[in-house]
Design a protein. Structure first.
Length: 217
């Protein structure tokens, strides 16, 4: 994961914890929220790994039970060691395989969280998060006006908060920080939408950002 991508994702987590009164936030407040966000991520990491291990353990126990209860082993003497038995891919075992695949997904998510938490301690990541926060704080009204202008038929407060925050971060970068290519900023905003929001969010966000670039950047 690149440092800037980590900055954007951590900024999104930070934005989710801000209230409407941005004027009260100072540098140390943002830094404190970042620290708390990282701690939340680490806690989530432990939870994901635990769920993954539990799923794998459950699957192993189910396979052992299947082997114990197979007719080839039930017919053997009580003190005899089980022999391996064939496993037919029935709907029951398809479900067990789905459990294993789900555990693998959780393990991958845990690795992403671990990487994000590690990157949060890098100075350049923290500096870019702070830059996003302060530029948005400085230009909040203009940024929200841009969103409202191009969110046809949507009142700003009715837009999903996660989508609103993704748009705020991306527009802050596009219109006020201006040190990353437009395509990179938009593409990574869409990735955040795919990861954290609804299926319709990427196209909604893409449409607004494209119009912002065309008119204001």
């Amino acid at each position: 994961m690149q440092a800037r991508r980590a900055s954007r994702e951590l900024a999104l987590i930070l934005f989710s914890q801000l209230d409407k009164n941005l004027e009260k936030y100072k540098s140390e407040d943002f830094a404190d929220i970042i620290l708390k966000s990282v701690r939340t991520l680490i806690s989530s990491l432990y939870d994901e790994v635990s769920i993954c291990a539990s799923s794998l353990s459950e699957l192993k126990n189910q396979i052992i039970e299947y082997e114990n209860n197979h007719k080839d082993n039930l017919s053997r003497p009580i003190d005899a060691t089980n022999i391996p038995v064939p496993m037919i891919l029935t709907s029951e075992f398809e479900g067990k395989i789905d459990t294993l695949l789900n555990a693998a997904d959780k393990a991958q998510s845990a690795l992403e969280i671990a990487e994000l938490s590690a990157l949060a301690n890098k100075e350049d990541v923290r500096e870019y998060i702070m830059k996003i926060c302060f530029e948005y704080k400085e230009h909040k009204d203009e940024i929200d006006k841009m969103i409202g202008e191009f969110a046809f038929g949507w009142d700003l407060e009715r837009i999903f908060k996660i989508d609103r925050d993704i748009l705020r971060i991306a527009i802050t970068e596009l219109a006020y920080i201006k040190d990353a290519p437009h395509k990179v900023v938009i593409d990574e905003a869409l990735e955040l939408a795919k990861k954290y929001s609804t299926d319709d969010s990427p196209s909604f966000i893409n449409g607004i950002l494209a119009r912002v670039v065309e008119k204001y950047v």
